[in-house]
Design a protein. Sequence first.
Length: 256
Amino acid sequence: MAELQLTTADLAGIMGSGAGNRVTVKDLENFLQRIEDQTAHEASAIRSGVADAMRRSWTRPLSTIGLSLNLDPVLQDRRSREPKPGPGLYALRALALALAETPGAAAKLIGNRVVQSNSIDVGIAVEAEDGIMVPVIRAADKTSLADLTAKYKELVDLGRQRRISPDMQAGGVATVSNFGTFGMEWGTPIPLPDQTLLLGLGAGKKVPSWDEEKKEFVPRTEAQITLSFDHRSIDGGGAGRLLKRVIELLAAPKQL
């Protein structure tokens, strides 16, 4: 396994024939032979890096909660701005401001110590050719939405050129993933190994919403927003309050 750079996850699909269903050398040889008979190619550095990060992340107890978000205020505000920030950047700014109010929500549990960052540095998932890069925006709570928009465009260009360095991806407290750009309405994204939180934003769609004043259903653009978290560091109540605060901030986008 060491010579072939295999992990226990790679062997999870092998049915062991040894005592107690243990995987034997023969089982491993048969598994490798089946791989040789199939089309395969070397994984890129990005793909290998993502795989390694997700394996390390999955060693923790992770949980995800979600709520419905009225996207109409964000979409209306977006039309008045130039350049126009994407909904994911509104979510990033709202998350950064919410964490600035309750910085302990993003603290990491290391051993028996709770480690809290001195800066609200938030990553944003950027799709590369064959994987995901997560560059970090430093002091996102002190960065205006306009500056976030310019910074994000720069990071996307660097990501497409594979010029995002490891230093640019290190040290974040949380990440935002706008998986709604792929048409997905709901997801349970996994936080990076060195982070506690990951905010996910789904695709918006028109739904009927009851208007108490008009006493009728009116259309509104609704999206699902999720928060995945390391359950060792934060419980459901704290995560729920943080997510609700993000939604409150998104309801008043002019203040972001």
